[in-house]
Design a protein around this ligand. Structure first.
Ligand code: PMV
Length: 315
């Protein structure tokens, strides 16, 4: 009754921002992401009949408080869905800064969903595993898969899942680590504010639907410039909306990296930015251009170069 899993983070090119159901964690829209090869979580789940509650250790520290509550509530959902009668000892190592807008919850809950079911000898298919990971963190639904992934918003637990779209092996994501400390407003609290702003919600719903369809078409056409342009304007709109709902994630340093990206692009090199719920900026480009631009980003921040990564697996 023990299993260890490894999952990579994914970064959305068309974002998930807003829920239509908080218990089942159903998103307002479809989204589309790239799984990375550089940032990941390894998690071991051991079910133990002698335990009277779950135990959680992250990076060798025993966790209590809200972080523990989130995980044990998640485990309750897993236990209910699959009739698992045991509490678990959960040991997790993050090879990614936590809660800093680097999608650490995507790798964390994808690894936990996989380890928690495998440890009980359940062999879920990827679709079911994706729905299960979604219950912990929406973006985790996408970390089950390699490469480019779409998450269907769905209308209930089973119909809201992600699937592999395709691989584009020449993609690169230059991650500019501007701030690795946990963000002040977590993504769930921030995105739920959208419900208080119906006009912004409408704007977000319509523009995300368009961005999703246009992005899929650009991928089918292998049109990298359109992919980048859609990802960049979509991320900018998300941050405009976040700002309008009273939360600020981007810093002066984020804007410097964004300005540099526009400057490099005006020189004819295809680089495009995207940002999540944090100050860090990720630059979407192609492998062939990484060496040309790296030193310029390194002048502004710590940088990690990442390529397309694999889906969740056993360790
Ligand atoms: O999965 P969550 O609840 O951490 O939300 C992720 C939200 C964004 O990273 C901003 C967008 C996304 O689609 O990953």
């Amino acid at each position: 009754m023990k299993h260890t899993a490894k999952a990579n983070v994914n970064i959305a090119l068309v974002k998930y921002w807003g829920k239509k159901d908080t218990f089942w964690n159903l998103p307002l829209t479809d989204s589309l992401s790239l799984t990375l090869d550089q940032f990941y979580t390894e998690t071991t789940v051991v079910y133990d009949a002698a335990l009277t509650k779950d135990l959680l250790f992250i990076d060798d520290v025993e966790i209590s408080g809200s972080e523990f509550n989130r995980v044990t509530k998640y485990m309750d959902k897993v236990r209910n869905l699959y009739d698992i009668p045991y509490y678990a000892r959960i040991t997790s190592y993050n090879y990614v800064p936590k809660k800093a807008g680097l999608a650490s919850s995507s790798s964390a809950f994808a690894a936990l969903a996989y380890a928690a079911t495998k440890a009980y000898n359940l062999n879920l298919d990827n679709k079911e595993l994706s729905s299960l990971a979604r219950l912990g963190s929406g973006s985790a639904a996408r970390s089950i898969y390699e490469g480019l992934v779409i998450w269907h918003e769905g209308y209930d637990h089973r119909s809201s899942y992600a699937e592999h779209l395709t691989n584009m092996d020449d993609l690169a994501l230059v991650v500019c680590l501007i701030d690795e400390t946990p963000k002040k407003v977590n993504s769930t609290d921030a995105m739920n504010r959208l419900n208080d702003y119906p006009d912004l919600k409408e704007l977000w719903l319509n523009s995300t639907k368009d961005a999703f369809n246009d992005m899929k078409q650009a991928i089918i056409n292998n049109d990298f410039e359109s992919m980048g342009a859609i990802a960049e304007s979509h991320a900018s709109l998300m941050h405009y909306i976040i700002q309008e709902t009273g939360v600020t994630y981007l810093t002066d340093q984020s804007f410097k990296v964004m300005d540099l990206t526009e400057k490099i692009r005006n020189e004819g090199i295809p680089v495009y930015y995207t940002m999540d719920a944090g100050a860090n900026v990720k630059i979407l480009t192609k492998k062939a251009y990484v060496d040309k631009v790296l030193s310029r980003y390194e002048k502004l921040s710590k940088v990690v170069v990442s390529y397309s990564g694999t889906g969740v697996c056993s360790k």
